[in-house]
Design a protein around this ligand. Structure first.
Ligand code: GLV
Ligand code: MN
Ligand code: MN
Ligand code: MN
Length: 428
């Protein structure tokens, strides 16, 4: 098999970069904020239209398309040994508020183009190749990251939680899912769980979302591990009141409690002493939110990550201790301290990273091993399949903002490495 693939890789693989870029641009128009920003939130009208767009492209590529109860979408190209565990690839198309065109999207549209290029080359897969569009990698609407892949990986905790999960407008997850055409006949979302051994491999193509590849002039990043993410919701309740009349010694300002905790997050993260530990307060809301009213309630959401799980957990514990101290010192009530998720890191599988390295070599593309500081659906797919990720450079490492950009050449390289890797794994 080896010589066949080497020959095929170096000579007969062509990527239709122009069509792919047109698709990336067209998908970006399904957005709730003006270009160049993209906002595409789970189960909204724009998300449903974008999903339809992808399913249509999958159909045009000759894939058989199915969807599960939460809207993970699967497009399969049957191999000549269709009963073997398949080789899967994919990513997400939901986009956080005011983000860009490439995060996730390159791994979905790029996967469809990788399949197209394999077909054009005359390649015949042995194991089936399957593209997965994962539902809600981003936590925007329901506060749950990697919702689709978490469920695919068999999270019973999530099945239970989703029965009562609501969004910021108090719309229930199940109701929103039904309105988008999912979760139809059942509230039991465990139907989404993958059967063990469904896939022999999972590979995700993604922009780096960091500056390393561009800075070093390297075309391909081969991900060896994904950092461990956690997120926490915190609420303080104090006494509101008139901003002029209530004297300073008599205040229990919930807003200042939140501000103090935000600074404590930064302090505890920096105290870890490792550049790999990060923490962010991306949401900080004050109630009632009027200039002349002392905040009576505050709400924070804290994101913290590390490649070292224990070190990240230590940071979480210190944040909790700070919250308790602030409660006492400021005479406010810590009415919620909820760890929403506290996920372990994931390691790539050697068989997959080796296939990706071999593919990069055959394509004469400079590559390096690296970790992913962002999380991805691959974090959860690693629980049910050997996993690997391909990174491509992106402009200045920008991501989660409208300036996000990856060049045609880099996208083309990524699609080629994905195609050759899928081919190798399919024949394995
Ligand atoms: C996913 O988008 C992340 O925040 O890493
Ligand atoms: Mn993202
Ligand atoms: Mn992403
Ligand atoms: Mn992401």
């Amino acid at each position: 098999h080896h010589s066949v693939i080497q020959n095929f890789a170096s000579s007969s693989l062509s990527v239709d970069t122009e069509s792919l870029q047109n698709q990336i641009d067209e998908l970006a128009t399904f957005s709730d904020t003006p270009a160049p920003s993209v906002t595409r939130i789970l189960y909204t009208e724009k998300d449903v239209l974008a999903r339809r767009y992808i399913k249509n492209l999958m159909g045009i590529s000759g894939l058989s398309v199915r969807e599960d109860a939460v809207g993970n979408i699967f497009g399969r190209w049957d191999g000549y040994e269709p009963n073997l565990p398949a080789v899967a690839t994919g990513s997400h198309i939901d986009a956080i508020p005011y983000s860009g065109k490439y995060d996730g999207v390159v791994g979905v549209l790029g996967a469809i183009e990788a399949i197209n290029s394999l077909r054009r080359s005359g390649f015949k897969p042995r194991r089936s190749l399957e593209i997965i569009l994962f539902t809600s990698e981003e936590p925007t609407r329901f506060g749950i990251s990697c919702l689709g892949s978490r469920l695919l990986a068999g999270s019973k905790v999530l099945v239970k939680a989703l029965q009562t999960t609501v969004d910021g407008q108090n719309r229930s997850f199940l109701d929103a899912a039904r309105a988008a055409g999912y979760a139809k006949d059942q509230d039991d979302l465990s139907s989404v769980f993958l059967r063990k051994g469904s896939y022999s491999a999972f590979v995700e193509l993604h922009i780096e979302q960091g500056p390393i590849l561009e800075e070093e002039g390297i075309s391909i990043g081969i991900v060896t591990a994904i950092a461990a993410p956690a997120s926490i919701k915190v609420e303080f309740e104090g006494n509101g009141g008139h901003a002029g009349a209530v004297l300073m010694p008599n205040r229990n300002d919930a807003g200042l409690a939140a501000a103090e905790l935000a600074l404590a997050v930064e302090k505890h993260v920096l105290e870890s002493g490792s550049i790999d530990t990060v923490g962010t307060v991306g949401i900080l809301e004050l109630h009632p939110g009027a200039i002349n009213s002392i905040p009576s309630k505050s709400h924070l959401e804290i994101d913290t990550r590390d490649i070292d799980e224990q070190r990240r957990n230590n940071v979480i514990e210190k944040i909790y201790q700070s919250a308790i101290k602030i409660e006492k010192d400021r005479g406010v009530r810590l009415s919620e301290f909820k760890i929403v998720n506290q996920d372990p890191p994931a390691l790539s599988d050697k068989s997959i990273t080796e296939a990706m390295e071999a593919a990069s070599k055959e394509l004469n593309l400079p590559h390096k091993l690296m970790i992913s500081r962002a999380y991805h659906d691959s974090l959860f797919m690693a629980r049910v399949s050997p996993m690997g990720m391909i990174f491509i450079p992106c402009y200045k490492g920008y991501s989660h903002k409208p300036e996000e950009y990856a060049s045609h050449q880099d996208i083309t390289n990524g699609v080629k490495v994905l195609a050759v890797t899928l081919a190798k794994l399919s024949l394995n």
